[in-house]
Design a protein around this ligand. Sequence first.
Ligand code: E4P
Length: 217
Amino acid sequence: MKFFVDTADVAAIRELNDLGMVDGVTTNPSLILKAGRDITEVTREICEMVDGPVSAEVVAEKADDMIREGKTLAKIADNIAVKVPLTWDGLKACRALSDDGHMVNVTLCFSPAQAILAAKAGATFISPFIGRLDDIHLDGVELIADIREIYDNYGYETQILAASIRSVNHIIEVGKIGTDVITAPPAVIKSMANHVLTDKGLAQFNADWEKTGQKIG
Ligand code: E4P
């Protein structure tokens, strides 16, 4: 399972990247706002740090404008994946940018039908949003299963990038299904290390160690 980090927070990416846990990064306009940085500057810094695709999102609504913005973003670095929304215009932009040799991440996917179109349009990645489906009481994990089955039936090479991940459970469930990539906030990735029995066991070991009166080193 490839791990992308869903943030434009350079320090948070660096901490995980230094551990070899980062296979790529995803950003979006909301994450750029949260970082409070210039999009070109922060994206360049991330691209230089990370050895893998870094998604940067267009904001235009018309295909021609998306293509223009996508080409501008792609000039930032060779590892940019241009992120376009799953609209009809976004699919046109996906086809043009993909034919032009750019990696394309088609985002805001909420149905298997949308995911089929993205694959047909030459997307490198499809980003189904799990958490936002769960938010409206639909099953986000089931969407990943449906897309996996359809893509495998036809040998589509578009990688499934499970997005809008809110919990460790999401990561495990989509991992069992065989998602190609997950993208999650740094805090969710770090919380994968937590277990109540680890904490309990450690407390017991520390208490017993105190009683030995010994020191190591
Ligand atoms: C994916 O590329 C998106 O940036 C992200 O996963 C959206 O997550 P959210 O629904 O928690 O905002």
